[in-house]
Design a protein around this ligand. Sequence first.
Ligand code: 3HC
Length: 482
Amino acid sequence: MAFEMVGVVGLGTMGAGIAEVFARAGLRVIGVEADAEALARGRGHLERSTARAVDKGRLSGERREEILGRVTLTTSRADLREADLVVEAIPEVLDYKRSLFADLDGICKPAAVLATNTSSLPVTTLAAATGRPGRVVGMHFFNPAPVMRLVEVVGTVVTEPGVLAGVSELAGRLGKSVVTVKDRAGFVVNRLLLPYLNHAAGLLEQGVATRDDIDAAMRLGAGLPMGPFELLDLIGLDTAYEIMGALFDETRDRRHAPSPLLRELVAAGLLGRKSGRGFHGDTATPHRLEKSGAQTVKVIGEGAEAMARRFADAGFKAADDADVVLRLGERPVVEHAARLARPGTLVGVHLVGERVAEVALTVLTSHEAAVAARDLMKVIGLTPVPCKDRAGFVVDALLHPYLNDAVRMHESGYASISDIDAAMKLGCGYPAGPFETLEEIGLPAVRDGLRALYAEFREPAYAPAPLLDQLVTAGAATFDRA
Ligand code: 3HC
């Protein structure tokens, strides 16, 4: 299957990025937009992105001209008649896409392949809108398309095998890795990523922690390239909202119901980077800088001695009736507070990785102790993440259900462990795939974390996936990748 000329319909952030990827790989590209204004915006995306690469010394001016020279921009879909492949990247509205596919079917030569970059809408429905359903596939790129190395190639029950193979080979020519999947809402990446992002919005809405603290916890604690709110702003809140809606429609899992906060921001026109403001982009409310007067600190729980030494080295005194009592551990602490003579002094501390300390504040914690605990973490070089005293605090509450979802996805037969791991690393820049992360944290720790979340929230999806449970029971430390 020879792809030399490709069309891209819709030149928003994703479409323009996809056009750039094709042009960089030496293909001729016809970019189509609805009107002159949208076309000018699309041209702007292409010009800025390639100019940035030149500024960074990653592209010569000459090569940039070559790349841009391969892209023809037009407002006429009829110009796609010679294209070997057309990738659609218009807004995620099924009716628009269906009518576009019917249109493209009439315009494009019979051998052309029609692809959708949809994040979550059914590819099968789009295929059925054409007279060539066997030549319709999903070709799902990740934002920013020129950077992220994954393409999910989505086949339906009627896709011709040769088409899947040809499109996958083309993705390889673009320098991308391919995961081939069947047509389910969210495919692999969005099915695992978006519920986590939605959950983060839920934690923010419930006041478990602030936006910046949740972002910092996931970036510095879990080692992800971006915090959930930074990533939501990159993806676009409207896109995220639509994906959640599509996931919910398919799964009826209440965790997939779009967060009301997301709905509110979208309705207010705060869509993230593309509109200048989303979760971020407001006038920052700086943390009030308060200095605690705490002089004495007591550390109890797992690993207390090592931390107490760090405070002693920093000049703090230990005392039984200390100004602040830090209880180390990974579970809520309020029951321990209730047993103290001065319950207001107790704060939970959960270390996440080398850099982050979640600081759990109970309903009994005094303001002074809360401020002191935060300051004390900074004194010993950790980033404090103040949060409510809830199961999983922030990082485990967000990470463990995501890991569980990955196990369930594998168990359902939808994707292999290696495909799921590769997809999350290449599509989202995660340092490790979910199965690698599970093995690194330890299967029992994740299973127990999930049990604690389930016990607190009674959310059926938090119950450990049977495969995870069984591996722990059997004493296995790793998944079978054979
Ligand atoms: N266009 C082109 N290139 C870009 C770019 C853009 N919009 N943004 C960044 N880059 C390039 C930079 O030029 C730089 O390239 P260089 O190394 O050749 O100089 C490289 O990417 C790294 O950029 P920066 O140094 O400016 O920034 P960071 O190191 O902070 O990386 C990031 C930025 C690549 C976006 C990184 O934070 C990341 O990987 N984030 C995760 C993004 C993610 O998860 N994407 C998937 C979202 S889900 C999705 O898209 C599916 C959809 O259906 C919703």
